[in-house]
Design a protein. Structure first.
Lengths: 360, 480
């Protein structure tokens, strides 16, 4: 099916659902089905975007540093194509067994190891096309790097979990791939690791990833060859395979049958320092496995700013207990704005109902 | 209104209501559009801002926020029945957090003063609009401003972690956090470039970066502006990500040279200024690569500036380019559109044709690495019809940017200036959604009314005058 008729079909499906007040569960590659609230599948229809014509690279010229792709395109395919031209997506989103699609990548907004140093998915998003909750096909942003015409709806969609629209097309800024990368591992205590992580950027301008787990601090340097080699020598420790970062980004270092929490916090915070199974993002991202109390209560008692996502639940856990809500609760003012925005994009609450929050 | 003024005075001691003193606020950097407000308020405390916002909300009085008024699209132009809210007195840097590389500042702090404040710590704030000595961080957020270094270091939206803002009902809301992301939709992104339409920014937490250890600036001359355009794409596809990559055409070079004597070659059609930064090795390796890429394509030698004085000298011509060009005619009009870089050659050629058509000189000085054009249209407002001609020429340039797959504004915003061109860039459904987003934050529509997003009615009127690319953009609307 052509891209155009694929969009038409999605519009038809959404319009029909709108008429009938039916919920739609949007699925891209299905790679992140564990993420977010369970949908009550008996009550809603599935809108499966897999293999229905939304895949393919629409435009890519390396000199532009921009790639425009159908939302059904697999992330691995985009990465490969960029790789042929020594370019990359600088936020290192997880590919999850090769199943992740660009639409899902934007909707979930999950970024990888390079995040603290080069930015997140939202930082590289230049434009999106969506089908909104009434079946209208809308286009925001574009294929240029600077664009302040109209509100930044493109970035608003990052991390909105399909609640605001079915993403049909995505344009992203890409970057040249570093000529050389090197990862080192160093045995240090947790407290030392955090201190080092917090000051890495100042002492090592080529740092491009940092993580601590099982007693070791791992750091990656990226850039031109000589500077990377020098930085790696100065840092010391043992040489590690660069593949490590893919494993971390794809959550391969965590077993599936545990509850997995992600804490996003100021990098120098001491919160959950001891309990975290893995600390990365210069200290700003911490992973907790099977915590025995609600970590949100700990965060809120600390008064620090940050948020927690229950990334993966234990099978038996029910999502309707407050302990098991995947996304961090919103304060009343924020919730109000979210409800309002949802109404504008999806007036009948039919797109991924309750996937993100119980309220919509 | 007298009641209103009494209330206003009781909330905030600094209210200006006489015309003479309000005159300085009648426009922003786009001086062709001006209007006196009813009152100007210069609050000093958060309570005062909240009080003023609530009062305007209750009385349904338009409220326009203003930073330094350097905006170039009329975003801070007052409303004739409204209050102009200046944030000039909120000019303190509240906190520098070295561990997390953050600075928490008030909205009226100037862009440059943040970098100056942290320079002894070896840090800086990356986005650097040319207006950085004057423009405020609140204005930068509202316009999502960029600068010479945003190809590598991003725009304002990429360098702000948290905002505190006052909503139209007077409530205060914090969005974003000191972490790398936060819960819910990305409202932080939505606020950037929202032109004072959704909330009053009252505090900004920005990212700080360690200053690069080494910086070099390279100047290359070209025999045609097309050749310079092609070199831009080749530098980037060749694997380099310069900290800055700026292009100036002959007219701009000559004007800058005459004005500041930066030592630019005046026998070329265009120059590129390319800044490379990083560790010493990093810079040398990039320089070598740049040499390979440009080999045989440039006119004359590469000028390489390594020490601070030499670099500053090369940048001087670029930074002074606007005022330098401004000396060539009594007035100039600065446009701001972005295009895909592959279109650079064609678009610049079109611009020179348009320049002939209107009989007005156009100089080009711009952020080539981002494809962000700044054609400077020279005119004399005292000559009958020239202002209008300059505006029409500008409008044609913007329309060409859209046709070439670009946008009507890269960094200066829509304001009042480009409101009609918004009708060309977006369809009715997108515009309706923009109005919908506005209503979620500001149901009464009293924050900066009439700016940034045209009404569908206005687009219908505008569309009646022209039909773009053979098809009507808003066919469902009645024509007037
Ligand atoms: C010589 C010159 C060079 C320039 N160079 C550049 C450049 O390189 N890059 C670039 O991007 N821009 C540039 N500009 C444009 C301008 O400086 C920027 O748009 C700047 O961000 C405006 O800041 P300001 O404080 O002057 O804002 P104002 O002009 O006062 O206001 C701009 C908009 O922001 C809103 N606003 C201001 N403060 C707040 C607040 N606290 N809360 C909510 N809304 C607010 C206003 O309502 C208005 O809509 C240049 C301008 C000039 C005159």
């Amino acid at each position: 099916m052509s891209h155009k008729s694929a969009i038409k079909e999605i519009q038809n499906r959404v319009s029909e659902a709108y008429e009938k007040h039916n919920g739609l569960h949007i699925i891209g590659g299905g790679s992140k089905s564990f993420y977010g609230n369970d949908l009550h599948l008996d009550e809603i229809e599935v809108l499966d975007l897999e293999g229905n014509g939304l895949e393919g690279i629409i435009q890519y010229e390396p000199g532009e540093l921009v790639i425009q792709v159908g939302a059904g395109t697999r992330l691995v395919d985009v990465i490969e194509r960029l790789d042929q031209n020594d370019q990359m997506l600088a936020f290192e989103a997880p590919v999850f067994n090769g199943e992740a699609t660009l639409g899902g990548m934007v909707a979930s907004g999950i970024s990888g190891s390079r995040r603290p140093y080069t930015g997140a998915v939202r930082d590289y998003l230049l434009g999106v096309d969506i089908v909104d909750g009434q079946g209208q096909h809308l286009s925001f942003g574009g294929q240029v790097m600077k664009n302040v015409a109209g509100y930044d709806v493109s970035r608003l969609l990052v991390g909105s979990m399909g609640c605001l629209g079915v993403i049909t097309e995505v344009s992203l800024k890409v970057l040249p791939k570093p000529k050389c990368e090197s990862t080192k591992g160093l045995e240090v205590s947790k407290v030392q690791a955090l201190e080092i992580m917090n000051s890495l950027q100042t002492h090592y301008p080529t740092v491009s990833a940092s993580a601590y787990f099982e007693g070791r601090l791992y750091v990656r340097f990226s850039g031109m060859e000589n500077s990377v080699m020098k930085a790696a020598r100065k840092f010391g420790g043992e040489k590690i395979d660069n593949k490590l970062w893919e494993e971390i980004d794809n959550l391969e270092c965590f077993k599936e049958d545990h509850a997995l929490w992600r804490l996003s916090i100021a990098p120098d915070s001491k919160l959950f320092l001891n309990d975290a199974a893995l600390i990365d993002w210069a200290g700003g991202q911490r992973w907790l496995i099977d915590p025995d109390m609600n970590p949100r209560e700990v965060l809120s008692a600390s008064g620090e700013s940050g948020h927690l996502i229950l990334v993966r639940r234990k099978n038996k856990d029910k999502s309707d207990s407050p302990f098991h809500l995947p996304f961090h609760p919103l304060n009343p003012i924020l919730l109000n704005l979210h409800r309002g925005l949802k109404k504008q994009f999806d007036p009948r609450d039919i797109l991924n109902p309750h996937k993100m929050y119980e309220d919509f | 209104m007298n009641d209103f003024l009494t209330c206003l005075n009781s909330i905030c001691p600094h209210i200006v209501s006489d015309e003479a003193r309000m005159k300085v606020y009648e426009s922003d950097g786009l001086t062709a559009k001006k209007c006196l407000p009813r009152f100007v308020a210069l609050p000093e405390t958060l309570d005062q801002v909240q009080g003023i916002v609530k009062l305007c909300y209750e009385h349904n009085i338009p409220l326009v926020a203003r930073g330094a008024g350097t905006g170039l699209s009329g975003g801070a132009m007052p409303h004739k029945d409204g209050v102009l809210l200046s944030l000039a007195k909120f000019n303190r840097i509240l906190e520098v957090d070295e561990n997390n590389l953050l600075a928490r500042v008030e909205p009226g702090v100037t862009n440059l003063s943040i970098s100056e404040h942290v320079t002894d710590l070896g840090l800086y704030y990356a986005p650097d609009p040319s207006s950085q000595i004057a423009c405020t961080i609140g204005g930068n957020v509202a316009e999502n401003s960029g600068g010479v270094h945003c190809l590598k270091y991003g725009l304002t939206v990429h360098n702000v972690r948290q905002l505190k803002m006052i909503l139209p009902n007077g409530e205060m809301l914090t969005i974003g956090s000191t972490a790398f992301d936060s819960e819910g939709f990305d409202l932080l992104a939505l606020m950037h470039g929202s032109e004072g339409m959704l909330g009053i920014v009252i505090e900004v937490t920005v990212d700080l970066l360690p200053k690069p250890a080494n910086v070099v600036v390279v100047l290359a001359g070209f025999s045609s502006i097309q050749a310079a355009g092609i070199a831009v794409s080749e530098i980037i596809s060749g694997g380099l990500l310069p900290a800055g990559l700026e292009l100036m055409d002959r007219l701009a070079i000559q004007a800058a040279e005459d004005f500041v004597h930066a030592g630019y070659p005046t026998d070329v059609e265009a120059i590129l200024l390319c800044e490379l930064d990083g560790s010493e090795d990093e810079v040398e390796e990039q320089l070598q690569r740049l040499n390979e890429i440009l080999d045989g394509k440039i006119t004359g030698d590469l000028h390489i500036a390594r020490d601070e004085a030499a670099r500053a000298n090369l940048w001087l011509g670029r930074k002074a380019a606007f005022p330098a060009v401004g000396r060539l005619a009594p007035d100039y009009y600065c446009m701001d559109g972005t295009i895909p870089k592959r279109e650079l050659g064609k678009v610049l050629e079109q611009i020179s044709l348009l320049s002939e058509k209107y009989g007005l000189l156009v100089a080009n000085v711009f952020h080539a690495g981002d494809g962000n054009l700044h054609p400077l249209i020279l005119f004399d407002a005292n000559k009958p019809g020239e202002l209008l001609a300059a505006e029409s020429l500008g409008a044609e340039i913007l329309e060409m940017c859209i046709e070439r797959g670009g946008t009507i504004t890269g960094e200066h915003g829509v304001g009042v200036e480009k409101i009609d061109q918004m009708c060309l860039q977006f369809g009715s459904n997108e515009l309706a959604l923009f109005h919908g987003i506005k209503s979620v934050f500001d149901e009464r529509g009293f924050f900066n009314p009439g700016k940034a997003v045209p009404t569908l009615h206005r687009c219908a009127e505008f569309g009646a005058m022209r039909v773009t690319r053979g098809k009507e953009k808003h066919p469902e609307l009645d024509r007037f």
